[in-house]
Design a binder for this molecule. Structure first.
Ligand code: BTN
Length: 249
């Protein structure tokens, strides 16, 4: 299904099986074969990559597994987290349209429904000294899978109780991504950050976190320009980069 977009998803490579769509996208970039908004879509990854060096596993043919190639040359390197926010919001726009009103983003960019993971985003940027040259935006979203090896995962079908049309959802995701990406391109950084905070998992609530080997109780109060999580712990405001703090769920 062709998305109703200017460029997002207009060029599409479908691979029935591949190691990782992010790696395939990287190859396309190296060979100069991709235009902005190009999508690599697969039914099955054999070495899907997640954040923190984890593997990303998904049942073949049941989920959204894709990478989008972007050239956000307009985005200063110090603002790169805004791309994470824009993409997270686009995926949430899709989830909410499917009836998952309670879906949220777990910082930095996991998609959550209640206390379970629906999907994740892995963004790999190529930067020069001032700006981002290319971004590979990898998205894994559990759609029709009903059984998981872990009880901390869920899917859209498990929540809504019906199977969904994957092709239609991919096209819709491209439409949502283009809308958010154009907001980013036109400099609506404040709007994106504001909306991201509105949908942030455990925002402004007291919860347990682990910081190093320590278990602390903290309250997320924001995200700074660099994408660091601002958490109030024992009356003190502290900022954490990715991997420096973990939610205890
Ligand atoms: C995470 O939550 O750890 C991020 C998961 C990102 C997975 C997607 S699936 C499509 C793309 N290709 C990959 O190898 N990883 C991302």
């Amino acid at each position: 299904m062709v998305p109703n977009t200017l460029f997002m998803g207009q060029q599409l490579f479908f691979l029935p099986v591949c190691e990782s769509t992010n790696s395939e996208a990287q190859q396309l970039l190296l060979k100069n074969k991709a235009t902005e908004g190009c999508v690599v879509l697969t039914d099955e990854q054999t070495r899907g990559r997640g954040q923190r060096g984890n593997f990303w596993e998904a049942a073949p043919g049941k989920n959204i597994t894709l990478s989008v190639i972007l050239s956000p040359v307009f985005l200063a390197v110090r603002h790169q987290f805004y791309l994470n926010m824009a993409v997270s919001l686009a995926v949430l726009d899709l989830l909410r349209e499917q009836g998952l009103e309670q879906a949220q983003v777990k910082w930095p960019n996991d998609l959550y429904f209640e206390d379970k993971k629906l999907g994740g985003i892995l963004i790999e940027n190529t930067v020069n000294s001032l700006s981002i040259q290319h971004s590979i935006v990898g998205i894994g979203l559990n759609i029709n899978q009903l059984h998981f090896g872990i009880d901390t995962a869920t899917s859209v079908a498990a929540v809504v109780g019906t199977q969904l049309d994957l092709k239609r959802l991919v096209a819709r995701l491209m439409e949502m991504m283009e809308k958010r990406y154009l907001e980013l391109r036109s400099g609506k950084l404040g709007k994106l950050r504001h909306e991201y905070l509105q949908v942030l998992y455990r925002y402004q609530e007291a919860h347990a976190f682990s910081v190093g080997n320590e278990r602390v109780t903290g309250r997320i109060v924001g995200v700074d320009e660099d994408g660091r999580l601002a958490v109030e712990i024992n009356g003190e405001l502290r900022y954490f980069a990715f991997k420096e703090i973990a939610y205890i769920i």
